[in-house]
Design a protein around this ligand. Structure first.
Ligand SMILES: *Cc1c(COP(=O)(O)O)cnc(C)c1O
Length: 468
């Protein structure tokens, strides 16, 4: 199993190389050269397996023998052992045939833990074998920093630095990051905005000598291994609902297109997925694409579902690669068109092909609040704004009453308590294991919005580790 770039101008890599490389040198994203096709019997054999065992089996073909089977099984078991629900990704029934797949039982209460808990361990394992170390640097507006920190804490081969805008993230978000006291975790509060933080991170990656000296790495959402880990729960849910004998549809609250793309890969492996419904908020670039075949850049507007406030989703290039029959040159020129003309138009035939599986749905903030209230009234279930869009999409796009539709719940309601309270009158409580969050000790360093100061800090912390 090798990985090729969606732009066709980078050498193919093995799994561990693609893992550490992230973005391909030609600017493309890595995808498997061939998606493994599973026989019905192989899918059927997944029934009744505990989550971690099912996960190891579904992902095994993607490793191409680069990680020993027993090592991988124990990394996977360890990654999901810390989840707060024994089923890891439990399915809750909402009505006759609508289901909620709860992907928020990881340490930071969002679905990104599913991928990051494994990817952090994979990085550590692969780097450890090579006797290498990396420095992971990222910026957060509050939503995703904690998932990266939880993924990297106590990993020997990784130092992680997360920049957040000082005083501009909620107390719970800040504490989810700053109360992690592991010695390889460095929280930096920057005197500035999220954009300032992001610009500092970009500048560090662009500073070639700093980048090479520190061995900077990103664990961002375009890493193939993150997609791989997300394929698993589509299998787990579909098999629990009767696959391979029965088709299942999924509705996915979508931002960067990584989660729903994993469903697409599951379908290509042979899982009987009848439809994938892409849910958007007012930032409806994807919805417009699946209606018109044209993807346009437009300004991002804030919404109640901030993880979906994206207009040009980075993982969409992976779908384009298949729509352009895996011709990297065509993909590269389509992406170039986005830069020069502000749009990609794929044409009717490709749109028809995409629409055979995908459809899209949009819901504004008002609709999201109404959906949250309705789900609570009818099923007694509290959902966060992202998950509410998934459920509304599932209901709006239902074709028949026989096919189960699974809405992916991507965040715990307690991550968005204000919106949940506004919709239902109930303020959701944090799960017991986080209930003392507000009393825990914090560790964070404040720095000015100054590249030199931040680089100096990173260098000094990394040097300290080298000496230890
Ligand atoms: C990241 C995120 C999403 C969007 O997922 P993509 O893979 O980027 O499409 C949706 N909901 C929540 C809560 C998220 O954190």
């Amino acid at each position: 199993m090798r990985y090729v770039s969606t732009r066709g101008a980078a050498p193919p890599l093995a799994f561990d190389e693609a893992l550490l490389t992230g973005l391909a040198p030609d600017g493309g994203l890595y995808v498997p050269e061939e998606v493994p096709a599973w026989a019905e019997a192989e899918i059927r054999a997944l029934a009744d397996l505990p989550y971690a065992e099912l996960a190891a089996r579904v992902m095994a073909p993607y490793l191409g023998g680069r990680i020993a089977e027993a090592d991988f099984a124990s990394l996977v078991a360890d990654a999901y052992a810390g989840f707060g629900h024994g089923a890891v990704a439990p399915l809750i029934q909402l009505d006759h045939n609508t289901w909620l797949l709860e992907l928020f039982h990881g340490p930071t209460l969002a679905f990104k833990d599913h991928a990051l808990q494994l990817v952090g361990r994979l990085f550590d394992h692969v780097l450890g074998k090579r006797g290498a170390r990396v420095v992971v640097i990222g910026a957060t507006s509050g939503d995703t920093g904690s998932a990266a920190i939880e993924a990297c804490r106590e990993r020997e081969a990784i130092e992680i630095f997360i920049l957040h805008p000082k005083g501009r993230v909620s107390e719970v978000q800040r504490r989810q990051m700053t109360t992690v006291l592991a010695p390889n975790v460095h929280n930096v509060a920057i005197d500035g905005t999220f954009d300032d933080c992001q610009n500092l991170v970009k500048a560090m990656f662009n500073d070639e000598s700093f980048r090479d000296e520190m061995r900077l790495a990103a664990i961002n959402s375009i890493n193939w291994a993150r997609i791989m880990a997300q394929i698993v729960y589509y299998f787990a849910a579909a098999v629990a609902l009767g696959a391979p004998g029965r088709p299942v549809a999924f509705a996915v609250p979508t931002g960067n297109f990584g989660n729903v793309y994993a469903g697409y890969v599951a379908r290509r492996m042979g899982l009987p997925i009848s439809r994938l419904v892409v849910g958007s908020n007012r930032n409806d670039g994807l919805t417009r694409f699946f209606e018109s075949g044209v993807l346009t850049t437009s300004a991002v507007q804030p919404s109640l579902s901030p993880a979906m406030d994206i207009q040009v989703p980075s993982n969409f290039e992976r779908l384009l690669f298949d729509l352009y029959h895996r011709d990297g040159k065509d993909v590269a020129s389509a992406i170039e068109g986005l830069r020069t003309d502000g749009q990609i138009a794929v044409g009717q035939a490709r749109l028809d092909e995409a629409r055979r599986l995908f459809e899209a749905y949009r819901l504004d903030d008002e609709g999201t609040i109404r959906a949250m209230a309705q789900i609570h009234d009818e099923a007694g279930v509290l959902v966060d704004p992202h998950s509410a869009i998934g459920v509304a999409a599932a209901r709006a796009c239902r074709r028949d009453s026989e096919t189960p539709v699974v809405a992916l719940a991507t965040a715990h309601p307690a991550k968005f308590p204000d919106a949940v309270e506004k919709a239902t009158g109930i303020r959701p409580a944090l799960p017991a294991r986080l209930s003392d969050l507000l009393e825990r000790e914090e560790r964070v360093v404040s720095l000015p919005d100054d590249l030199g100061a931040v680089e100096e800090f990173v260098r000094a912390r990394v040097a300290l580790k080298g000496a230890a």
